[in-house]
Design a protein around this ligand. Sequence first.
Ligand SMILES: C[S@@+](CC[C@H](N)C(=O)[O-])C[C@H]1O[C@@H](n2cnc3c(N)ncnc32)[C@H](O)[C@@H]1O
Length: 314
Amino acid sequence: MSELTTVTKQLHTVADYCRYGATLFNQAELFYGHGSDNAFNDAYILVMYALSLPNDIDDSIMTCRLIEQEKLNVLALFTRRVEEQIPVGYITNIAYFAQLPFYVDERVLIPRSPIGELIENQFFPYIAANRAPKRILDLCTGSGCIAIACASYFGEAEVDAVDLSVEALNVAQINIENHGLCEQVIPIQSDIFSGVEGQSYDLIVSNPPYVDQKDMDSLPSEYHHEPEIGLGCGDDGLDIVRVILAQSAKHLNEGGLLFCEVGNSEVHVRALYKDVPFTWLNFERGGHGVFMLTKAQLVEFSVIFTAALTSLNQ
Ligand SMILES: C[S@@+](CC[C@H](N)C(=O)[O-])C[C@H]1O[C@@H](n2cnc3c(N)ncnc32)[C@H](O)[C@@H]1O
């Protein structure tokens, strides 16, 4: 009797397969950093995907039994997760961000930014309910998740979604169409601000590449499925953040705000810009390394931001 047949003869229910997958994943010491943070959750998502069922189905599903072919389909997905160490989002081609579904593949990072929580809360308390932004820029849009979520939570806003990667923009376009937002979200190929010269916004939101070289050198293998252009960004991870800080002021309207994620490179931002009073955000659902600056602050500290950029280019 083959190993697979042994498994399918002994395990029957959804719960059985979720438990079995979790055990396999723990034994393989997989890494969870792509929207799910534990082995059982990864196994559950793969089981639901194999059964063509939604993730938020009633718990009574756990005692339902699988037919033989369904069991084999689930086991094939488990094998991919373990042997290729591929994140679940690239197996299912779906990721959720700000409670919305997005198509993803290896042309874009799997959405996981804590900025999603901020968007769901319409940037409360930084943006007053009666001051909804009319023009929004999502810098480094990838799958388009931030741009599309902003357009969904601020229904009246026009959103520009820029990325250097044409491949990423093709994925963003799929998501813009899937969400029926072709009139509201405009994908633009742009090297940071180069494609939006002369444009200004009420809100700039960015999750740029920011991983420093030390972290790049020790990335778990799951991250090697993601495009490198979306992760690494120079020795201290701040090559693009330096440009964002030096150039955002001229792209923001009066009263405008910049929100930017820098993850673990928060430590480098604090060291490089010691005299700048960044507002570092807290998140109920976890995550760190996201700051906010007002246009007035970007103008006030522009000499520091310009000097940090100039020193990088010398
Ligand atoms: C960390 S990913 C973020 C994707 C998406 N915003 C998200 O939160 O999932 C960074 C994105 O920046 C893009 N990027 C890298 N360098 C860029 C540049 N110079 N100008 C514009 N976008 C760039 C990458 O192609 C990638 O899609």
